[in-house]
Ligand binder design. Structure first.
Ligand SMILES: NC(=O)c1ccc[n+]([C@@H]2O[C@H](COP(=O)([O-])OP(=O)(O)OC[C@H]3O[C@@H](n4cnc5c(N)ncnc54)[C@H](OP(=O)(O)O)[C@@H]3O)[C@@H](O)[C@H]2O)c1
Length: 332
């Protein structure tokens, strides 16, 4: 065998091994490796003050609980105060060291921009500092592209993008003043790939990547360290489809997800997200086949990804792939 053939064979074997490895993972290779060999969550988060938006259910709730296990002081925000109080009680039960005053329930409607600064002042009055802001509050969507009312585009961007940016600006000014801090943003694989039937949502998540890529570079020019992690989960087992936007203004999808579905558990999603934040990764993709492979393909080979999507959509599998078989309408 001459050297060229040897090299090509080696490359082919390497590529096949790579494909086999990522077929079995539930996150990108870097995040997966750090979950075994990275900084321990105890070391990263113990006694740190972490503010989580959208902490009354789903991924935000799971993040709060995982952080409580690692003794973080928490600020938990959302609109439903009863649910926040429940999350606080459950966090205190899970933690060995946290006291009642270590978890601040801070009701907040993200779209009430005027309340951002006063809310942040309450955080500083209570804890005297903030180490990490986790921007998680958002709503998903299911809709056909051409039927989406402009008001829905605006309302969805207002919550998923503009309100998030506004709160991050308030907090970032403080981080720049004290010369440290960390931002984490819960995006989605929908911020990496053009998942069909959620156009405003996909657009909102893509927008976050642009905004925070720009911020990352601006921070670098200030010579301070404020790591930014964009967390990109695939399907996760939450109630997000109940309150998802549709194409019509004021309408909620009211759809449930089967508990037996192939979605990632909120606990696993929270653990991997915190692995990404602890190790200051710029992005973590938290999903398995086929979304993980499609995300890799879109990131590194957009042309090939386009071909694959064309095949998925023209063969009528796109809706099923999203949540067709595993979702059920209320009452069915
Ligand atoms: N589940 C998935 O499959 C999946 C996949 C990829 C990415 N994500 C992302 O993960 C994040 C969390 O979603 P989830 O699945 O955990 O959904 P979820 O259970 O519906 O949680 C959404 C959270 O956002 C809060 N929220 C909604 N509107 C708000 C507002 N106006 N002001 C303040 N808080 C508000 C909700 O609390 P209140 O209603 O009490 O305000 C709730 O705590 C989102 O960014 C979502 O895009 C989810």
């Amino acid at each position: 065998m001459d050297f060229c053939t040897f090299l090509v064979t080696l490359l082919c074997i390497g590529f096949l091994l790579w494909v086999l490895v990522i077929m079995r993972l539930d996150s990108d290779v870097l995040t997966f490796s750090y979950s075994y060999f990275g900084k321990s969550l105890d070391r990263a988060f113990s006694r740190k003050v972490v503010w989580i938006t959208g902490a009354s259910s789903g991924i935000g709730e799971a993040l709060a609980k995982e952080l409580a296990k690692h003794n973080s002081k928490l600020v938990i925000s959302a609109r439903r105060i009863d649910e926040l109080n429940r999350v606080k009680r459950e966090c205190l039960e899970l933690s060995k060291t946290l006291k009642d005053t270590d978890i601040l329930v801070l009701p907040l409607d993200m779209t009430d921009y005027a309340s951002h600064q006063p809310s942040f002042s309450k955080v500083l009055n209570h804890f005297g500092e903030l180490d990490i802001l986790v921007s998680n509050a958002a709503r998903s969507q299911r809709a056909n592209w051409e039927e989406i009312e402009s008001e829905v585009d605006k309302e969805l961007f207002d919550l998923n993008v503009f309100s998030l940016l506004a709160l991050n600006r308030v907090v970032l000014k403080y981080f720049c003043r004290v010369g440290k801090g960390q931002l984490a943003v819960v995006s989605s694989v929908a911020g990496k790939i053009g998942l069909p039937f959620s156009a405003s949502y996909v657009g909102s998540k893509f927008a976050l990547h642009g905004y925070f890529a720009c911020l990352r570079n601006e921070i670098a020019s200030k010579n301070i360290s404020i790591p930014i992690t964009l967390i990109c989960p695939g399907p996760v087992l939450t109630g997000n489809l109940k309150v998802a936007f549709t194409a019509k203004k004021g309408q909620e999808l009211r759809q449930n997800v089967r508990p037996m579905s192939k979605r990632m558990s909120t606990e696993r999603c929270a653990y991997l997200s915190l692995t990404g934040i602890a190790n200051e990764l710029e992005e973590c993709w938290l999903t398995s086949f086929p979304y993980l492979q499609l995300t890799y393909l879109s990131h590194y080979q957009p042309f090939l990804a386009g071909r694959v999507w064309k095949w998925i959509c023209s063969s009528g599998q796109a809706k099923n792939m999203r949540d067709g078989e595993e979702s059920i309408k209320n009452g069915n």
